[in-house]
Design a protein around this ligand. Structure first.
Ligand code: DOR
Ligand code: ZN
Length: 452
């Protein structure tokens, strides 16, 4: 039987209330609240209890709570293949759906790193187990620089673009020969050219200076050294070089996880000069600062690292003005055992995809980011460049992939984390929003009422 779902009295982020209809996984109608389906028969709880209703029209009363398009997270680390003790595609999808995310772009630093056609095909085969929409990043190194033209112009591969680790991060991937890269890219590259922007020379120099005399396993090294070693300067220097290169070659570029206002200044300048440059920001760079090492220690170690409270304040101003294109979690789970090691041994990275929409809405409230910009950053803007053209908007013809969010305060608790790593840097934090349910292509893929 062809089920038709009528969602009644859904409140959009912009304030108006709508009714909308879902059929065959698509949004087929959307109209201002009418009386036509006013007497909605079911609310969400009833919907769950009546999974096989005999009626072919199911009415769902949204009770004037928020309905948003499901999010697209353009920066995640699935960890599979190779590190499935940290996360796998099934646990990632559970975490994503809980955060209101239905589409992800996966980074190449898995094992093997995603460098060849076979690596892409193997990862795609694994990822298809989950219901998540996904696109994969190809990584670049000396070994595959000669194959980029071929791989990046093949429309049959589920790629969102190329990831360049201009500085080394978690894993071995690194490539900093930008002249060779320029010549190795296809004419009209499909997807996004994304940089991990930290200057390795500066990092190495800082490390040598700051760690001289220490044993690498020394457990007295303070974790806050991380922000000094991978300094704001090293991010600035790297972003400067990348933008100069992009200008020379007239190459659109995307800068991953912007952590400093100084880089945003460079980006704004480049944009004014006519360069197509986009940027993403991760929640941890807007919420935490170097002050937080005191209580979080190893759990706050990530690349690029957290910055001074003043820099966070200024970065929030760029965020508030809608000058950063995407909100992306850089979900990078490691186990607690791995994290709770001395500074040098503790791997960089924090998980957070399962709080995507609540964190973005909180940051929007705190900074005054407009509703339109919030929807752009969380969902709409990424759809075309990253290859999810049927997602990102609550509009007729789009996939019925949306999120029901209530203004119910939740306290983040490690024991409730569904990511395989089972911890969150936000443990104990209160969020004034909770994802009640997530639908993807017309299917209910997450419902926190099911756990009641
Ligand atoms: O903190 C980070 N963790 N930054 C990265 O660039 C990689 C990531 C990871 O894979 O753990
Ligand atoms: Zn990352």
């Amino acid at each position: 039987m062809n089920q038709v779902y009528k969602f009644h009295n859904a409140k959009l982020l912009t304030g108006e209330c709508i009714d909308f209809i879902v059929e065959n996984g698509k949004i087929t109608d959307l109209l201002p609240v009418t009386t036509s389906i006013h007497n909605a028969k079911f609310d969400l709880a009833d919907f769950v209890k009546n999974r096989n209703p005999s009626t072919d029209i199911i009415n769902i009363d949204c009770k004037a709570e928020l309905i948003l398009p499901a999010a697209i997270d353009v920066h995640v680390h699935s960890r599979e293949p190779g590190f499935s003790h940290k996360e796998d595609w099934m646990t990632l999808s559970n975490a994503a759906f809980k955060g209101g995310v239905v589409a992800v772009c996966d980074m190449p630093n898995t094992l093997p790193p995603t460098m060849s056609r076979a690596d892409i095909e193997e990862k795609a085969h694994i990822a298809q187990k989950s219901k998540l929409a996904f696109k994969l990043y190809l990584g670049v190194g000396k070994a595959n620089i000669g194959s980029l033209k071929n791989i990046l112009s093949d429309p049959s591969l589920p790629l969102c673009g190329l990831k360049v680790y201009y500085g080394q991060s978690t894993g071995e991937l690194m490539y900093d020969d930008l002249e060779t890269l320029a010549k190795a890219l296809p004419e009209n590259m499909r997807g996004v050219l994304t940089f991990h922007s930290e200057d390795q020379c500066r990092i190495d120099h800082n490390e040598k200076e700051l760690l001289t005399g220490y044993n690498s396993k020394d457990d007295s090294l303070p974790y806050e050294l991380h922000s000094k070693i991978r300094s704001s300067d090293s991010a600035w220097q790297s972003t400067k070089v990348i933008l100069e290169w992009a200008k020379k070659w007239q190459q659109p570029v995307h800068i991953a996880h912007i952590s400093t206002p100084a880089e945003m200044e460079l980006i704004e300048e480049a944009r004014q000069g006519g360069l197509h440059v986009t940027a993403e920001v991760a929640p941890h760079h807007l919420i935490f600062s170097t002050d937080d090492y005191e209580h979080l220690g190893p759990l706050l170690k990530m690349n690029p690292p957290v910055r001074s409270p003043e820099e966070v304040h200024e970065l929030r101003n760029y965020f508030a003005k809608g000058l950063i294109d995407y909100f992306a979690t850089d979900h990078a789970p490691h186990t607690l055992v791995e994290k709770n090691q001395p500074y040098k041994l503790c791997p960089s990275g924090v998980p957070s995809i399962e709080y995507f929409w609540p964190l973005l809405l909180l940051l929007a409230d705190q900074t005054g980011l407009s509703p339109v910009q919030t929807l752009q950053m969380g969902a709409a803007k990424a759809a075309i460049p990253f290859g999810f053209s049927s997602l990102g908007k609550l509009e007729v013809g789009y996939d019925a992939s949306f999120v029901w969010i209530s203004r119910q305060t939740q306290t983040i608790r490690n024991k409730e984390v569904v990511s395989k790593c089972r911890w969150s840097p936000y443990d104990g934090m209160e969020l004034p929003y909770t994802v009640c349910a997530t639908w993807h292509k017309g299917q209910l893929v997450y419902n926190n009422k099911l756990n009641d």
